[in-house]
Design a protein around this ligand. Structure first.
Ligand SMILES: Nc1nc(=O)c2c([nH]1)NC[C@@H]1CN(c3ccc(C(=O)N[C@@H](CCC(=O)O)C(=O)O)cc3)C=[N+]21
Length: 304
């Protein structure tokens, strides 16, 4: 029987730990603070950012939201980042992605003070992660490791296959699995005979961005399947193709007009040993890890 790995429950544990740490810092007169920069009006981004700010409040972390207009230039964004870098009350800076196309995202991410880079996107943090030094690590891959460890799934010696090579998820996930002594393969859209890799995975991480891409025959029976996909489906018949008899999901769809599905076909979960659902899996961890990074950044920068 495939075991569901409950991301919401694990995120709850982590948030409790972070809240306790924030309380300790408060006793020393320190309130960790996160600044979230949200450019323009992308509906999904607005939902995520609101959720981040709300979670800060719940855990005793200060937060501030800055909302520049859609038309902001790279230079203006760089000025804003320089200002936030210089502010002693700011511990974490998060620039919500994606940014409008006129903004040079890489240049901007490189301008953030690595000590305040709670997303772990700065090349200094990526390099530190790669060389095994203490680093602020990207939140989603860090969440994957937490789920595996807290669910007592062995990483050392496991064959881990990551499908997807983004700078934000695939690459850092591969690096963190390697650091935890897995044997790691990174597959992507140009991989020949993908199934030959995925079929041998003890731990399969799906970070492709295509609904139901990982099918039953691609999964080794008993494997752990981590679904990182977040795909909005607005088409009722498309949803029913994936979830024919899921009344809870159908109700959510009726309420919101869409459902969120992962990169793994539910029939592939059925042959796994353990899996993370969407929603309620890795995504739930992402914000918890952001909170953890914010408290960590505060400690390090303030020398606690
Ligand atoms: N600079 C930056 N940092 C990010 O960390 C970042 C970003 N930009 N841009 C967008 C992505 C997406 N992201 C998520 C956050 C929370 C959930 C989450 O809470 N998911 C829940 C709810 C999903 C739902 O119901 O919509 C779940 O999967 O259970 C998912 C995805 C952070 N991102």
């Amino acid at each position: 029987m495939a075991k569901l790995l409950d991301g919401v429950a694990i995120a709850g544990e982590i948030k409790n730990e972070v809240a306790a740490e924030a309380k300790e810092l408060a006793a020393r007169g320190i309130t960790p603070k996160l600044v979230v920069v949200l450019v323009g009006h992308v509906a999904a981004s607005e939902i995520y950012v609101r959720s981040k700010v709300k979670t800060c409040g719940e855990l005793g972390i200060g937060s501030e939201m800055i909302t520049p207009p859609e038309t902001i230039t790279t230079e203006e964004m760089l000025t804003l980042v320089a200002e936030l870098n210089g502010r002693p009350d700011v511990d974490g800076i998060l620039i919500q992605l994606p940014l409008p196309k006129q903004v040079d995202t890489k240049r901007l991410l490189e301008a953030i003070d690595p000590q305040k880079d709670v997303d772990g996107f700065h090349p200094v943090n990526a390099g530190r992660l790669q060389t095994g030094q203490p680093a602020l690590a990207p939140c989603t891959p860090a969440g994957i490791i937490e789920i595996l460890q807290r669910s007592k799934i062995a990483i050392a010696g496991a064959n881990a296959v990551v499908v997807g090579r983004s700078d934000i998820v695939g690459k850092p996930a591969a690096m963190m699995l390697l650091n935890a002594s897995a044997t790691v393969s990174v597959c992507h859209s140009k991989t020949a005979n993908l199934v030959n890799y995925t079929r041998h995975a003890d731990i399969l991480v799906a970070a492709i961005g295509r609904p139901g891409f990982i099918t039953e025959e691609m999964v080794k029976p008993g494997a752990t399947v981590i679904d990182v996909g977040i795909n909005r489906v607005n088409d009722l018949s498309e949803m029913e193709k994936f979830f024919p008899n899921d009344t809870a999901r159908a109700e959510g769809f009726a309420r919101r007009g869409y459902t969120v599905v992962g990169d793994v076909d539910p029939r592939a979960f059925a042959v796994s040993g353990a899996y993370t659902p969407v929603p309620g899996g890795v995504g739930a961890l992402t914000i918890a890890m952001l909170m953890k990074n914010t408290v960590r950044a505060a400690r390090q920068r303030r020398g606690v």
